[in-house]
Each structure stands twice: as structure tokens, then as C-alpha cells.
Design a protein around this ligand. Structure first.
Ligand code: ACM
Length: 267
């Protein structure tokens, strides 16, 4: 299975332009699955709730999801992409999955980061896993990384590849996702953006790049640079994620002491 990441600099508010950048790049490669950054079509640093409302789109019938479906059909691949989703008077920071046969599903970010709490509603759906043929893939978004429960739940549902659109500004996630891969024995695919946004006078955001694919033993198969724009593809064997044994005696799921974990469900 060939898995790709597109790391680039979305331009704030330029939805058709950002989509065009992706269209152009994706048509030049061969892959089964490509993961794009969080909010790839709009940019990240919103300054009013009205602005988010105007840029957010319905899923699956909105402009961006329909363009992604066209790309997936034309190039014969699956795409995971982060976008702002509007559903009635609610707005979510979402990731959609589309494929050669059209729209597949959506995940609404459960753990909002920083000022996202001012602009978005938190998702309250399941953490979803989809069978795309070569592998079962799970979706999470950016700051979900800091809650290890998310990748654990995805892995317990059979995800072999965890796809994570991201707009990272803290320096920890890329390292933490190596641990998420090891503790669940899954592949992790983190698609981060690069560049800066300075739409608020008192706050400039610098996105950290270093998009990466990690294998179930924690080996970083590739990691892009902190500023480079690139689409990189790597061949993986998703069957490796079916082996949950860390040693001959240790199974990362079966050895869990759920009898001792009751505290996890309490506030
Ligand atoms: C993040 O969740 N965008 C850091």
C-alpha cells in the first residue's frame, strides 16, 4: 500500500486556490491514500466566529468535499483531508475521507486546541475506522494526539493506519506519535502544514511541518522538513499492524489490565 502526505502552506481564506494546489500535486503521483493537513482549504487562524461560519461548508455536499471526491475518482485513490464543516448552526473542525467511489465518512475533532474552542463545536461522534481495501484506517485530528485514548480506541477497532491531519504549533506531537505507533502497533500518518499565520496583531502562529509516517515498531519511515512543501509517498505493509505482540510474551491489547483502569472513565 502506498501512503502519501502533502505538506504545504494553505493561504488563509483562499479556498479554491488551496484546492487547486492539492489538485495539481496529487495528479503527479501514484498512491492508494494521501493525507492532507487539518483545515487545508481555509487556513487556521480565525479571528471571528462569523468568519468560520462563512468559510465552513456542509459535508458531503459542500464545494471542498465535492472537489476532493473528483480528485479521488480521477486519480484512483483515497484522500483524508481536514476542513471546516457546517451543520445547521454548528461548526466543526472535521476530517473527511473520500475515495474512488465517492464520499466515505467524516470525523469531527473531539479535542479542540487553544482558540479553536472559540470558533468550533467539539465533535461528539465515534472515533471512526474505515475499511478502504488495502487497510483499515482510523481518523483523528491534530491535538487528539495528546489523549492516548483516541489512538487506542482506533487501534482496538482494527485501524492499521491512523491518519492525522494536523496544524501543529507545539513541538511535541511528532515525537508522541512515535509512541502512539509503538503502544498500539499501528502505522501513524501525520500530515502537518508549514508556514506562518499572523492574522491577530498580538499572535503569530508558526506551523512546524515535519509530517511523518511511522511504522508499528516506531521507525520513522520518513519525516519532512520544518519548512519544505512536498508530497512524499512511502510503501507500507499494513499487515504488520495486525501483529500486536511486543515480545513473545507481551500482547499490547490482551495484556491490558482493564480491571485496574476504572479511573479512566471518571472525571
Ligand atoms: C492543533 O490541534 N491544531 C494543534
Amino acid at each position: 500500500m502506498k501512503v502519501g502526505i502533502l505538506q504545504f502552506t494553505p493561504i488563509f481564506g483562499q479556498v479554491p486556490g488551496n484546492i487547486f494546489t492539492v489538485q495539481k500535486t496529487i495528479s503527479q503521483i501514484q498512491a492508494d491514500l494521501v493525507v492532507l493537513p487539518e483545515l487545508f482549504n481555509t487556513g487556521y487562524q480565525f479571528v471571528t466566529k462569523e468568519e468560520v461560519g462563512e468559510l465552513a461548508e456542509p459535508v458531503p455536499n459542500g464545494f471542498t468535499t465535492q472537489r476532493l471526491v473528483e480528485m479521488a475518482q480521477k486519480n484512483g485513490l483515497f484522500i483524508v483531508a481536514g476542513l471546516a464543516e457546517r451543520d445547521g448552526d454548528r461548526v466543526y473542525n472535521s476530517a473527511v475521507l473520500v475515495g474512488p467511489r465517492g464520499f466515505v465518512g467524516v470525523y469531527r475533532k473531539a479535542h479542540l486546541f487553544y482558540e479553536e474552542k472559540l470558533w468550533f463545536d467539539p465533535g461528539d461522534g465515534e472515533f471512526p475506522v474505515f475499511d478502504i481495501g488495502p487497510a483499515k484506517i482510523g481518523l483523528m485530528i491534530c491535538f487528539d494526539w495528546i489523549f492516548p485514548e483516541v489512538s487506542r480506541i482506533l487501534a482496538l477497532q482494527g485501524a492499521q493506519v491512523i491518519c492525522q491531519p494536523a496544524n501543529l504549533v507545539l513541538p511535541y506531537c511528532q515525537g508522541a506519535m512515535v509512541t502512539r505507533a509503538i503502544e498500539n502497533r499501528v502505522f501513524t500518518v501525520t500530515a502537518n502544514r508549514v508556514g506562518n499565520e499572523h492574522r491577530q496583531a498580538d499572535e503569530e502562529l508558526r506551523f512546524t511541518g515535519m509530517s511523518q509516517v511511522v511504522d508499528p515498531k516506531g521507525q520513522v519511515l520518513f519525516r519532512l522538513g520544518e519548512t519544505e512543501e512536498a508530497l512524499r509517498v512511502v510503501e507500507i505493509d499494513p499487515a504488520l499492524a495486525l501483529d500486536k505482540k511486543a515480545t513473545k510474551y507481551n500482547h499490547v491489547f490482551d495484556d491490558r489490565r482493564v480491571d485496574l483502569y476504572g479511573r479512566l472513565r471518571q472525571r
